[in-house]
Design a protein around this ligand. Sequence first.
Ligand code: 5GP
Length: 193
Amino acid sequence: MNFLEERIAKDGIVKPGNVLKVDSFLNHQMDIGLLEEIGREFKRRFADKNVTKVLTIEASGIGMACFVAKEFGVPMVFAKKSKSINIDGEMYVAEVESFTHKNKNQVIVSKKFLTPEDHLLIIDDFLANGCALQGLISIAESAGATVEGLGIAIEKGFQIGGRVIRNLGYDLQSLAIVESMDAEKGTIQFREQ
Ligand code: 5GP
């Protein structure tokens, strides 16, 4: 097991409805040392890529993405969730369905911060059905930017997102892939990588 798998096995809590809670170290209370290690690991995995910006989505991707951006020495931009319908033309917009909240949000990024010259590393905490990543990819496409790769902390391998994104030809790296989990027994199995 790698460092993240070990931490998930120790502190992750399996909830009914295919939800894994990691709020004691990743997306409510944050273990900063762990985030730093995640940042270093993505730098190692995407070392050969020419990354000019890290792109993520609020809120829980932001912490990790900061540490990744620091490793690459580039800015981090996060897509903001917006309820407003009349978004002016200065924004790239995508629609994202939330896996955890079951609602749809428009996510926006100011056109000032993504350009066709940008080479993006897209980062998020979880990958389930892939809606969040598809929204970020769509924003990158609208900007004419290049997606160099996608880095995920925890992929739930039994949901379709990972397969969809890899089938589109993207370099998707997940630090931990959960193959199966059981809410009653509280067990988590990881995919060998
Ligand atoms: P997707 O868009 O791939 O269906 O879901 C990814 C998003 O939903 C992530 O940004 C994450 O915030 C949230 N998410 C999906 N599955 C889980 C989960 O099992 N646990 C937690 N904490 N968040 C999840």
